[in-house]
Design a protein around this ligand. Structure first.
Ligand code: PEP
Ligand code: MG
Length: 530
């Protein structure tokens, strides 16, 4: 008899799902080779053209997030170097299907084994391209999961996600995957429960499965007790979500009456289009790495992005963070190869080492500051001298814009507190305008546990006394010196962490928009004195 199995995973998108498992492996069909290199090459050209046409059709009806992902795939397919090794192999006598498979698998391997989780995540896009062209070559039908299924496999491609009918629910369980992948972003945006980094799981197509993407657990062929437990937890979650949504427009106040400001984190400028500004106190973190996804953005591109968010916010504050490239967020042509990128040339360290790139962003920010209530912060600050050097560049660019008669304004400049050195000795930063605690990185650096590594995920808990003590140290220092302190890491939106964060002195949290209802509900239940 089959033993019911369960496994732990990392939550990439919160929620509960149950349904039949659907194994996500590409259908390859059969390919009958013609043999003549010219014919084989023509077939491959035609298959790539068909794949591009399919992606173009998907793009025409895609929302902004999906369109960006499809654009990335289109750009990969338009790049002739992608298929060049396949055409060379065809010239050497190979058939189109085998040449394509070998060439793409080599490329996919490169991405899969990349040190950076960003590049590993892009492997799913390449696998998608591989399958799409292969299907065009072989005439195989695309595999489509039945509505309500739980997709299970090594990794999921973005177009598999987009081709899936999520109207009846469903979920995603991946053996590998990462919380920073394109698919994870899509799942969070659509509210599809998703677990990644799940260990070995014995399962087959159609096995009934329970996905608890609140506590990070998947159970195959559950017994009655497990079903009961799941029903209880998922019903509680649903009730809480429904209640939380109805209270989303109200100010956040703890059970004992303390007012808490809740702001949102955004990345893409268009993220704000889906948010009613009335439900939040502004933007607590705009990550600008996203603008650097397709190379280094020019001043006008950046200015337009910042202007869009500031115009949406009106008088509400918008805190834009200068680019935090490096670590798990590499940028081609900017970040450098490192053996340990989380401890390397990342964030402000990289920006200061490439002032010609940094100045472009600074000018765009100074110009955008005229539009609304802008605040700017620097990521990965360790030393006061880094803050001083960044501020000096802001002063220099201010003078240059003034001399050129370009409208501009100096915004308040603050720092992320995410390197333990800063939290341990905040008094070195008496002249910053504000602190914003980056609990994601602060936790990984305090616990020595990589934030992208499922094997050590259990160590990454902001409620560890060492981390809470550091947060409290910063909030106390801020209160005594009139420097505002907020928190913009993912812990700020975690209902279980929120009471601990408030008791550590935080009164301002910035959370992912999807986390906002539950965060506000958790604040309403919390009391500051335990
Ligand atoms: C953090 O480290 O908590 C943070 C908000 O920054 P990021 O997740 O972008 O590194
Ligand atoms: Mg960080």
């Amino acid at each position: 008899m089959f033993t019911p199995l369960s496994a732990k995973g990392i939550v990439a998108s919160v929620g509960y799902a149950s349904g039949p498992l659907f194994l996500i492996d590409a259908a390859t069909g059969t390919y009958v080779a013609n043999g003549a290199p010219d014919t084989e090459a023509a077939r491959l050209h035609a298959a790539i053209a068909q794949a591009r046409a399919e992606v173009a059709t998907l793009m025409s009806s895609a929302d902004d997030d999906s369109a960006l992902i499809l654009e990335f795939q289109m750009a990969m397919m338009e790049d002739e170097s992608l298929a060049a090794p396949a055409f060379a192999a065809i010239g050497g006598g190979n058939d189109a299907a085998n040449a394509w498979i070998a060439a793409l698998n080599k490329e996919i391997d490169g991405y899969d084994t990349a040190e950076d989780s960003y590049f590993r995540a892009r492997g799913a896009d390449l696998r998608d391209i591989h399958d799409r062209v292969l299907r065009a070559l072989t005439g195989a039908a695309a595999l489509r999961a039945p509505a309500g299924a739980v997709l299970f496999g090594r990794d999921l491609s973005p177009t598999q996600f987009l081709a899936t009918d999520w109207a009846k629910g469903g979920g995603i369980v991946l053996l590998r995957g990462s919380t920073t992948s394109h698919v994870a972003m899509l799942a969070r945006a659509r509210g599809i429960p998703m677990l990644v980094g799940v260990g070995d799981l014995q399962a087959a197509n159609d096995h009934f499965v329970l996905v608890d993407a609140e506590h990070g657990k998947v159970t195959v062929l559950p017994d009655a007790a497990e079903r009961h437990e799941f029903l209880k937890a998922s019903t509680a979650h649903l009730q809480l979500m429904n209640l939380a949504r109805t209270q989303m427009g109200e100010p956040a106040v703890t059970a004992d009456g303390a007012a808490i400001e809740v702001l949102v984190n955004v990345a893409e400028p268009t993220d704000v289009d889906r948010i009613d500004p009335e439900i939040c106190a502004g933007v607590g973190l705009m990550r600008t790495e996203f603008l650097f996804n397709h190379g280094l953005p020019d001043e006008e591109t950046q200015y337009a992005a910042y202007r869009h968010v500031l115009a949406w916010a009106g008088n509400r504050p918008v805190t834009i963070r200068t680019v935090d490239a490096g670590g798990d967020k590499p940028v081609r042509g900017f970040t450098v190869e490192e053996t340990n990128p989380f401890l390397g040339l990342r964030g402000i360290r990289l920006s200061l080492s490439r002032p010609e790139v940094f100045r472009v962003q600074i000018r765009a920010l100074l110009r955008a500051a005229v539009i609304g209530n802008l605040k700017v912060m620097f990521p990965m600050i360790s030393l006061a001298s880094e803050y001083a050097a960044a501020k000096a560049l802001f002063d220099e660019e201010t003078a240059a814009l003034a001399a050129a008669g370009v409208p501009h304004k100096m915004p308040p400049l603050g720092i992320m507190v995410e390197v333990p050195a800063v939290a341990i000795a905040p008094e070195a930063f008496a002249d910053v305008a504000f602190f914003s605690i980056g609990s994601n990185d602060l936790t990984q650096y305090v616990m020595a546990a990589g934030r992208d590594n499922g094997a050590v995920a259990a160590l990454s808990d902001v409620r560890h006394p060492a981390i809470l003590a550091l947060i409290e140290k910063v909030t106390r220092y801020g209160a005594a010196n009139d420097i505002s302190v907020s928190l913009c890491g993912d812990a700020g939106g975690d209902p279980q962490a929120i009471p601990f964060l408030l008791r550590a002195g935080l009164r301002q949290l910035s959370v992912a928009p999807a986390q906002l209802p539950l965060a506000k509900a958790a604040i309403a239940r919390a009391s500051l004195h335990g």
